[in-house]
Design a protein around this ligand. Structure first.
Ligand SMILES: Nc1ncnc2c1ncn2[C@@H]1O[C@H](COP(=O)(O)OP(=O)(O)O)[C@@H](O)[C@H]1O
Ligand SMILES: CCCC(=O)OP(=O)(O)O
Length: 374
């Protein structure tokens, strides 16, 4: 039943309805396609497709090809779900590398779609997520949102310096999951994020480590170009050697970029982005696999140490989350090195699909006004 019409910034007519609300959430990660269908807070379906390095390499970097590839996977998961979508209320996606924004729920508008295609802060599969979400939303004639995108920027001024004025540090991280997990930690500890100082590490296809002071991400390792190497990324590298490589004539600009993001990290060392496979190899006596997995854990621990300084040593908890947090070999290796800082809590997997749905529900119920991306 329609109860209220509201005009937002002359851009869209919004109509609040009474629930229940059926919502499709789409989360595209560098190594996975995840979707969920919820009826209010109740999950009706959750589906994931994991993409091997070989499969992704065939698709390439072109945004149109990535768009088609991921769209087809999302459609297949929706069909597999068997859930009736004729009464769909909204589609919500993980946002991408748009301009720096504050956290919150945003309406997917033309400007977002344009910036997703251009990749104003870089090329990442989360840019494609809003394109796919908009396709699905248009098909069912429902609104489309994104929530806490990776370009959420709450860095303190002091955290923005790199040492090269032309190259300021920027905030690109797993904002959606880390904010949701921070809320969960607060709930589990009977407090609120405003009373907590946390170091949170999202360990996925990309890795980010963030310092959260009273609910604000005052410093983060940029998941695309800083910090630890990850299943598919190089992270920080020796910079002068990188310059030499760029000018060696051996690689095109695109090839160099792919060595850093997509074909870096575990893919470069071991030819796979699959931690379970590397873990199996390590446990069955492959010394190289074990050393490289431990080197990744070592680098993550060092980054956590660095964030403890951002918080002046006042750290309530260290929190490990993301797909790799399922690996006890990795988490034990990290905890061994950081236990002197604070207690470590492990929340394997991520809260992203639920966090997306909760954001959309707040808007559909009229509890929050969606922000407009300008
Ligand atoms: N149960 C598991 N045990 C060990 N590693 C896992 C497990 N599940 C996922 N991973 C690893 O986590 C990484 C993906 O994490 P995820 O948070 O899903 O990232 P993304 O969203 O970037 O695809 C992959 O390297 C995958 O191999
Ligand atoms: C671009 C920051 C977020 C990120 O790295 O996500 P994935 O780990 O899913 O690639």
């Amino acid at each position: 039943m329609k109860v209220l019409g509201l005009h937002i910034n002359c851009e869209v007519w919004w109509v609040y309805r009474k629930g229940p609300f059926r919502i499709v959430a789409i989360n595209l990660g560098s190594t996975s396609t995840k979707i969920a269908i919820y009826e209010d807070e109740t999950p009706l379906y959750e589906g994931v497709k994991r993409h091997s390095y070989e499969e992704l390499a065939k698709v390439g970097q072109n945004i149109n090809e990535q768009h088609i590839f991921r769209y087809l996977h999302v459609r297949e998961l929706l069909t597999t779900s068997g859930v009736d979508l004729s009464n769909l209320s909204a589609v919500v996606a993980r946002g991408g590398l748009f301009k720096p924004v504050e956290g919150g729920v945003y309406l997917v508008n033309e400007r977002v779609l344009q910036d997703a295609i251009v990749g104003v802060q870089g090329n990442h599969i989360s840019n494609v997520a809003v394109l796919v979400a908009k396709d699905i939303a248009e098909r069912y004639g429902v609104p489309c949102f994104f929530v806490d995108p990776p370009c959420v920027d709450e860095l303190e001024p002091i955290a923005r310096f790199s040492g090269v004025p032309e190259l300021p540090r920027t905030s690109i991280f797993h904002a959606l999951n880390l904010r949701a997990v921070a809320r969960r930690v607060a709930k589990d500890k009977n407090t609120s994020v405003e009373y907590l100082n946390l170091i949170l590490a999202h360990l996925g296809g990309g890795i980010s480590v963030a310092a959260s002071r009273a609910g604000r991400f005052i410093d983060v390792t940029n998941a695309l170009e800083e910090g630890p190497f990850s299943p598919e990324r190089a992270g920080s590298v020796p910079v002068l050697k990188l310059v030499e490589l760029c000018y060696s004539g051996r690689f095109t600009k695109e090839e160099i970029k792919q060595r850093l993001v997509g074909k870096g990290g575990l893919v470069a060392y071991l030819g796979t982005n699959d931690i379970s496979e590397v873990e199996k190899r390590a446990l069955s006596g492959d010394g190289e696999a074990e050393l490289i997995l431990k080197a990744m854990a070592y680098q993550i621990a060092k980054e956590i140490g660095s964030m403890s300084c951002a918080l002046s040593g006042k750290v309530d908890y260290i929190v490990l989350t993301g797909g790799i947090a399922h690996s006890t070999l990795v988490t034990a290796s990290i905890i061994e090195r950081v236990q002197w800082i604070a207690e470590t809590l492990v929340y394997p997997g991520e809260e992203e699909l639920r966090a997306l749905v909760e954001g959309a529900l707040r808007v559909l119920r009229g509890e929050e006004t969606p922000k407009l991306y300008e």
